[in-house]
Design a protein around this ligand. Structure first.
Ligand SMILES: [Zn+2]
Ligand SMILES: [Zn+2]
Length: 504
């Protein structure tokens, strides 16, 4: 796209096409990235805006292709001061930066012969999966009034009760929303962190605040959405993930993968970031950029995690970061504490098609007593090498990993009690709740098993109130700091839970 630029406005210009199909533009037309300051027409109070466009665009930054509306209509809203155009790619000196995802890495830009502007056009490779942002791409936003909601008499219809530990955190979360502040909720695995949010979400909605729960994983969006719809049955809720149908829904409560936040801008008064420590959020700066950008100025932010990074833990201790812990599980039993078991060079044993005898004994004991177990491996290769060895104990032992097409079925068979032992990579370190299992890690010294990964893995055991205990064993070829720190973290949460009277 190219524009004519005057003092008051920019106007898109349609190309004519040469015999060979090349777009041709009149001289003097510019790509949006070449316009120094983009004029913003003052709002015309007498203009009748399109409410559909308002619903789609409020709090967003979209491409023309995302909108599916005629350019003339967009332009009319711009000229009447209801829409903004921003540069998709900005230049700081020579270096490009992407306004949508924050990418500044020169290696993550490329160029192509662009048929929309008739020039070689630089585009961002980093967020290309959300549609191409290039030098001639305007990011379209809304400056008109926000859509309004009418609240029902009763917002929260949840009938459950919070544990004492949950209640303390819930009260802090409500204060955080009211005071437009920030809070880390550090809740042990199995504390029931979703319910903790209910009063805060209720308070936000009652105050007419727009709320977002963002999580790195689509699985979590799919799991949370029905629970929230049940708790807030009269509230409009949008769930957003790659391929979801709600992408144009303007809702009071939005549940989104962190990726989907790239399409938002200054949208939310309350931002709740779930599993802040989890891949890919920690790995990918663009997602942190997206979460920041999706918040309104002066909005409140609540971070949820069972396993904050070392840096965040230190900030909590030194008083730099406001936080609240839920040190005990909902069922008031302590967290299972990992045992360490040295098992020698297990990789070498695997090459000889054997597993260390400590590991064999552990698995055999579980088969004999009929106790189900999850056994974690650092890599797919070592897990697949161990599978046939262990299947000699029981032919229904299975393995699962991230790219496994039968992942869901395998977890279901485990849940139904058909699988005695499930071998897994770190893919099952979070989210999966199985009622009565023991947990082992083989090769817990591997770098992939960070402190937080190990705390999460240990957190799979003893989840249900009917089976609140379970053993956790780290088989290792040399203790690591991560192992020691994970154990310390669990012990310290148990101590705190006891001191606060949250354990029986
Ligand atoms: Zn272009
Ligand atoms: Zn980008």
């Amino acid at each position: 796209m190219r524009f004519n630029s005057t003092l008051n406005r920019i106007t898109p210009i349609n190309p004519t096409y040469s015999k060979h199909g090349h777009p041709e533009f009149p001289p003097g037309t510019l790509r949006i990235s070449q316009i120094e300051t983009i004029p913003q027409p003052t709002p015309n109070p007498n203009y009748t805006f399109n409410p559909d466009l308002q619903q789609i665009l409020a709090g967003k930054q979209l491409l023309l292709d995302d909108l599916g509306m005629p350019l003339e209509e967009i332009q009319a809203h711009y000229e009447n001061g209801f829409i903004t155009f921003r540069k998709g790619i900005e230049r700081h000196g020579k270096k490009p930066s992407c306004s949508r995802c924050g990418n500044k890495d020169p290696g993550l830009f490329a160029s192509f012969a662009c048929s929309r502007c008739g020039e070689v056009c630089v585009y961002c490779r980093k967020c290309i999966m959300m549609g191409r942002v290039s030098e001639c791409t305007p990011l379209i936003g809304w400056t008109g009034p926000e859509p309004s909601f009418k609240n029902p008499g009763k917002i929260l219809e949840w009938q459950g009760t919070l544990s004492d530990g949950q209640q303390i955190a819930a009260t802090r979360a409500v204060e955080t929303v009211r005071q437009h502040a920030s809070l880390l909720v550090w809740a042990v695995c199995g504390a029931g962190k979703t319910e903790v949010l209910f009063p805060a979400i209720e308070a936000a909605i009652a105050d007419g605040k727009r709320t977002c729960i963002a999580t790195p994983r689509t699985d979590v969006v799919l799991e949370l959405a029905p629970r929230l719809k049940e708790a807030f049955p009269s509230i409009k809720i949008a769930s957003l993930y790659g391929g979801s149908e709600d992408r144009h829904t303007y809702a009071q409560l939005t549940i989104a993968t962190t990726h989907q936040l790239l399409r938002f801008r200054q949208a939310f008064d309350t931002m709740i970031l779930d599993e802040v420590d989890a891949f890919p959020y920690t790995m990918d700066e663009s997602l942190q950029f997206a979460a920041e950008k999706a918040r309104k100025l002066g909005s409140s932010i609540i971070y949820l995690t069972a396993t904050p990074s070392r840096k965040w833990q230190a900030e909590c201790r030194s008083g730099k970061r406001p936080y609240v812990t839920i040190p005990a599980r909902f069922h008031r039993h302590p967290l299972p504490v990992p045992e360490f078991s040295w098992c020698g060079n297990w990789k070498k044993q695997l090459q000889k098609k054997q597993l260390p005898k400590e590991c064999m004994r552990w698995i055999n004991d579980r088969i004999k007593t009929g106790k189900q177990a999850l056994v974690f491996f650092p890599h797919i290769e070592s897990m697949q090498a161990a599978l046939p060895i262990l299947q000699k104990f029981h032919n229904r032992i299975e393995s699962v990993h991230a790219e496994d097409p039968d992942r869901k079925e395998k977890v279901l068979r485990m849940r139904n009690g058909e699988t005695p032992i499930l071998l897994t990579t770190t893919i099952l370190e979070r989210g999966v709740t199985l009622a009565n299992i023991d947990v082992a890690v083989i090769g817990s010294e591997d770098r992939i098993f960070t402190e937080s990964a190990l705390v999460q893995i240990a957190g799979r055991a003893g989840r249900s109130a009917s089976y609140p205990t379970g053993t956790v064993t780290f088989f290792h070829f040399g203790k690591t700091n991560a192992m020691v720190d994970a154990r310390k973290q669990i012990l310290s949460m148990n101590r705190e839970g006891k001191a606060k009277g949250l354990l029986d």
